[in-house]
Write a protein that binds this ligand. Structure first.
Ligand code: NDP
Ligand code: 8X3
Length: 252
């Protein structure tokens, strides 16, 4: 059987770009997300275009029981996962700590931190008997710096940073690679989700600058995953050329 990659948050942005890249490289895919129509459309498109097999896992990474049930029903040969891309994540709101919406905080922490942990626990247990595997966690510049009003999103990505280091230590005896990919501004649906559907406000984030695109990150992930067995790239910070830090941006 061809190699297998499980990509969370595959229905949009970076996850969708990764699905294309891995399919193009001949990987069979397990694509996980919540939006059924998008997941089905993408899966059929990739299966037709690249002649690869695809399993759709329609679930929410926050719901550990449903997540576990949805993954455990996969056939045994599909549990021999070579690459896990822990990409599902989001930001909600951009407010000072005293004004933040506590439901938004729950959503970010439950998705970006706890969801990533639930998926990792299941998949790492499948990788361990194979004594190989590669876990790629999507962190952020927000996991390396804190910016005004970024508070809880930044905290969730700092947690991804710490967890990536922790996973690398704990999974070392099992031959499992752990890489953290940390993008700066990538134009995806991220800002539309952060601003809860306010397209105008989202568009302003990328106004008068050239942001990264999702394919730039998929390309970096493919580079990392395609290194020889003895090489692991621990951590990569990828910024648009016009972005020096989270907040210092050369807008024209
Ligand atoms: P998008 O909003 O375009 O994509 C997010 C993906 O995550 C969607 O496929 C969404 O699918 C999925 N998702 C969200 N919540 C859940 C959930 N609870 N369960 C399962 N899937 C979920 O954003 P990006 O592609 O930009 O974001 C991908 C990752 O990259 C995130 O972790 C984000 O924090 C990170 N990142 C993004 C940057 C950017 O500037 N865009 C920069 C740095 C990091 P569905 O709604 O169908 O479930
Ligand atoms: C997404 C990039 O700068 O909005 O992680 O936090 S940023």
């Amino acid at each position: 059987m061809a190699k297998i990659a499980l990509i969370t948050g595959a229905t949009s942005g970076i996850g969708e770009a990764c699905a294309h890249t891995f399919a193009q490289q001949g990987y069979h895919l397990i694509l996980l997300a919540r939006r059924e129509d998008r997941l089905a459309k993408l899966s059929h498109h990739l299966a037709d275009k690249y002649a690869v097999e695809i399993k759709q896992v329609l679930t929410d990474v926050r719901d550990k029981e449903k997540l576990s049930a949805a993954l455990e029903v996969l056939p045994a040969e599909w549990k021999k996962i070579d690459v896990l891309v822990n990409n599902a994540g989001l930001s909600q709101g951009l407010d000072p700590i005293d004004k933040g919406n506590t439901d938004d905080w729950d959503t970010m922490i439950d998705t970006n931190v706890k969801g990533l942990l639930y998926v990792t626990k299941i998949v790492s247990n499948w990788m361990i008997p194979n004594k190989s595997g590669h876990i790629v966690n999507i962190g952020s510049i927000a996991g390396k710096e804190v910016y005004p009003n970024g508070n809880v999103y930044c905290a969730s990505k700092h947690a991804v940073d710490a967890l990536s280091k922790g996973m690398r230590i704990d999974l070392l005896p099992h031959g499992i690679k752990v890489t953290e990919i940390n993008p700066g501004m990538v134009e995806t649906e991220f800002s539309v989700v952060r601003f809860k559907g306010d397209e105008e406000r989202a568009k302003k984030v990328y106004e008068n600058l050239e942001p990264l695109i999702a394919d730039d990150i998929a390309d970096a992930i493919w580079y990392v995953v395609s290194r020889p067995k003895h090489v692991n790239i621990n951590d990569m910070l990828i910024m648009p050329t016009v972005q020096a830090t989270a907040t210092i941006i050369d807008r024209k």
